[in-house]
Design a binder for this molecule. Structure first.
Ligand SMILES: Nc1ncnc2c1ncn2[C@@H]1O[C@H](COP(=O)(O)OP(=O)(O)OP(=O)(O)O)[C@@H](O)[C@H]1O
Length: 264
């Protein structure tokens, strides 16, 4: 079992509710993300929110991104600040990039928003571009890129902004197996780049999410209820399933997938 400790609270969701015209969609959502520390390791957090189609994942994603106001409850980051639009780096499913700007121009705009990069924007862009293999497309426009290249460019765009939180909407959907492997590797690389970097992945891809996360939260509707809530938290570290490569064949991994399927 890997040695680790859970330290300060990075994000706290308290009794979050959302309703449209008095129709409840999300009810009393509560969860906490802690800073996970392993001795001599740079280790961020990778958390997945899993749920069936239509259960309310996109609504929860929009609330976490600060793009939607809850009907009740709160999302607190940095101990006492209510989350607002712009606090989190948001990677949308369709990899939003400025179509009329080259990739380099878009990345430069993002880097200029990050005061800690002042004067070093160009170096930071080239470092991430080289690390994620998009150097050769920096001078091109988004429509000239493949889906995988667009995805990497839009992740780098958010990384350059420097937010400690990165929120991903369905990052694995529509990817072929080879690209999927690259994307999961890239996300893990991002998570170890900084101890306080927190990746929150909203997805319905159970297998990929379990393979790369340290914690899983299940969003589902309890029997007889109209609205969804977090019905289960699975600590993959406790199960010794986090931070291992090739975890797919372990019995604990297979059992966890079955458990999640039964809970959705
Ligand atoms: N603007 C809106 N007004 C009223 N109801 C809405 C609105 N937006 C979403 N909903 C409802 O909220 C519920 C959850 O939708 P949401 O898009 O969050 O689901 P999801 O889990 O992301 O689904 P999928 O995985 O299929 O994208 C649905 O019943 C939907 O009809």
């Amino acid at each position: 079992m890997t040695t680790y400790s859970k330290q300060e609270t990075l994000l706290q969701v308290n009794n979050l509710c959302l309703a449209y015209n008095h129709r409840p969609i999300l009810q009393n959502i509560n969860f906490t993300i802690h800073n996970i520390v392993r001795p001599n390791m740079h280790q961020g957090q990778v958390v997945s929110l899993l749920g069936r189609s239509g259960v309310g994942k996109t609504q929860l994603f929009r609330l976490l991104a600060g793009l939607q106001t809850p009907t009740a409850g709160s999302i607190i980051i940095n101990n006492n600040k209510q989350v607002q639009a712009g606090d989190m780096g948001v990677v949308f499913q369709h990899y939003y990039l400025f179509e009329w700007k080259t990739i380099y121009q878009s990345l430069l705009m993002a880097a200029k928003k990050n005061p800690s990069l002042a004067g070093n924007e160009k170096e930071a862009i080239h470092k991430w571009a080289s690390e994620f293999d998009i150097t050769e497309v920096l001078a091109q426009y988004p429509q000239q890129l493949s889906g995988g290249q667009r995805q990497r460019a839009s992740i780098i765009q958010q990384l350059l902004k420097g937010s400690p939180f990165l929120l991903f909407d369905e990052p694995f959907s529509g990817l072929d197996v080879c690209v999927l492997d690259k994307v999961t590797e890239m996300l893990l690389q991002v998570s170890v780049s900084d101890e306080l970097k927190t990746l929150i992945i909203v997805s319905h891809d159970i297998e990929t999410s379990v393979a790369i996360s340290d914690t899983i939260f299940i969003l589902s509707k309890p029997p007889g209820e109209q609205a969804a809530t977090i019905t289960k938290e699975i600590d993959l570290i406790e199960r010794d399933l986090a931070w291992h490569k090739n975890v797919h064949h372990q019995q604990g991994f297979i059992d966890t997938l079955e458990e999640i399927k039964a809970s959705l």
